[in-house]
Design a protein around this ligand. Structure first.
Ligand SMILES: Cc1cc2nc3c(=O)[nH]c(=O)nc-3n(C[C@H](O)[C@H](O)[C@H](O)COP(=O)(O)OP(=O)(O)OC[C@H]3O[C@@H](n4cnc5c(N)ncnc54)[C@H](O)[C@@H]3O)c2cc1C
Length: 409
């Protein structure tokens, strides 16, 4: 197999995962990341289902395990911090994960682990993006934002849910790639205090608002604020300045109760703040000739499914496997990638948007009903029992075996 010259646009979770497999198979891989340095930021993400097996095959499970966040489970609290229900993590090593995965990890730690595992064999260029590209049957000619031009055998768009590579390969009259859930999340870090334990805490405020906190180290806690809103006006907030986002958030959550005022005070000084509209990316095809999409760029399942990172890891494994099997016929490799992975993505993207109005009640009465229902379910230990007797593998989809093409460590 002749080595290929491959460009990956996006140095988040999915891009470097793909780079690891491709470099291991002897290809020449370059990753360009728009951010001026490794973007090792973000809050807690989780690795689940078939993604755990992929990390094992990458040979990274021990380093991932040594970086996981010690989270015992998730409690629902009222405005006086009284616990209404608790769903414990399933750390038995058997069955399925609950809301708290056995592999909760800070996004920054996972990004750093993937970078460290690849930096000696992959060329990383920070502060640079793909301005535009042209492709013919054999090559992709890429024009970079720093003025350089280079030619590659293939280009991978791993540039996240707002992917510019995706925009460039979609036909102008294609339907919008987003399934909008009318949901927004904001998160940031605040100083940890004694009441921030190793249980994630979820607080519901009227008006379809949720505030959650969880702690990942002795000095910091993460805060998440999420709310339902279908208005056009709110859709522009994630694209605006950080000042405007913070102002909007403060107005929206001021006086919401529980620990919200402490969290909003911490918002003023945090340097780890991120906001996004929660969407799913759904498109009919993940490639065009020699350009292919990976991770959130092609099939973001959204944070509500807890499967975004897993989709990126599994997608990278399948894409690398198919490229290695068909390195002299890339359109065939991409067709196989789409055909093989799509049933898994279809399965993890299943999400009932209508359920959100029960999870985000508008009134105090709705919140009381939610607490009663979740309390009863947890009292009967249903989440733990369901997890114990379910399989972690999603949808019966089997991870393909690429061992002939991609070496296990
Ligand atoms: C800063 C940040 C924080 C996040 N925090 C969370 C979180 O707390 N919880 C959660 O569930 N998910 C979070 N996510 C999303 C989560 O990381 C992904 O859903 C998942 O890991 C799939 O990874 P991905 O590599 O496909 O996308 P991402 O992890 O989003 O990575 C995409 C990468 O591409 C880069 N990029 C974007 N545009 C360009 C461009 N034009 N040229 C070059 N590079 C580009 C981005 O800077 C980023 O490094 C976050 C993403 C980012 C970027």
């Amino acid at each position: 197999m002749a080595p290929l010259k491959i460009l990956i646009c996006g140095g988040g979770c999915a891009g470097p995962s793909l780079a690891l497999w491709l470099a291991r198979a002897g290809h020449h891989v370059t990753v360009v990341e728009r951010f001026p340095a490794l973007r090792a930021s973000g809050a807690q993400i989780d690795i689940r289902a078939q993604g755990i097996e992929v990390v094992k095959r990458m040979g990274l499970i021990d380093v991932v395990r040594s970086n996981v966040v010690d989270e015992a489970g998730m409690s629902f609290v009222d405005k006086h911090n009284n616990t209404k229900a608790t769903i414990l993590a399933n750390k038995s090593g058997k069955g399925a994960q609950t809301a708290t995965s056995e592999f909760e990890i800070m996004r920054g730690d996972l990004v750093r682990i993937l970078y460290d595992a690849t930096k000696d064999n992959v060329s990383y260029i920070f502060g640079v993006t793909v301005e535009r590209f042209e492709q013919d049957e054999d090559h992709v000619e890429v024009h970079f934002s720093d003025g350089r031009t280079d030619t590659f055998d293939l280009l991978v768009g791993a540039d996240g849910q707002g992917s510019r590579i995706r925009k460039a390969i979609m036909s102008p009259d294609a339907p919008e790639p987003y399934r909008r859930l009318g949901l927004y999340t904001f998160y940031w870090f605040v100083p940890r205090i004694e009441m921030d334990t190793n249980l994630a805490k979820v607080y519901h405020a009227p008006g379809g608002r949720i505030v959650m906190s969880r702690s990942h180290n002795p000095t910091e806690s993460q805060v998440y604020c999420a709310f339902l809103d279908e208005s056009e006006e709110t859709r522009s907030i994630p694209k605006g300045s950080v000042e405007k986002q913070k102002e909007f958030l403060t107005q929206k959550f001021s006086g919401a109760g529980w620990q919200t005022d402490r969290f909003l005070e911490g918002l003023k000084t945090t340097d780890n703040f991120y906001c996004q509209e929660v969407v799913q990316v759904k498109i009919d095809s993940w490639y065009k000739n020699r350009v292919v999409l990976l991770g959130d760029a092609g099939y973001c399942p959204s944070p509500v499914t807890g499967m975004g990172t897993t989709a990126g890891l599994v997608g990278a494994y399948v894409l690398a496997g198919e490229i290695n099997r068909n390195s002299d016929d890339l359109p065939q490799a991409f067709e196989n990638y789409d055909k093989t992975l799509r049933p898994f993505i279809d399965e993890i993207q299943v999400f009932n948007k209508g359920a959100l109005r029960y999870i985000y009640p508008q009134t105090e009465w709705g919140i009381s009903i939610l607490h009663f229902v979740v309390g009863a379910i947890c009292f009967l230990r249903i989440p733990e029992l369901v997890a114990r007797f379910s399989s972690e593998e999603r949808g019966g989809w089997k991870l393909p075996d690429y061992q002939t093409a991609v070496q296990d460590q």
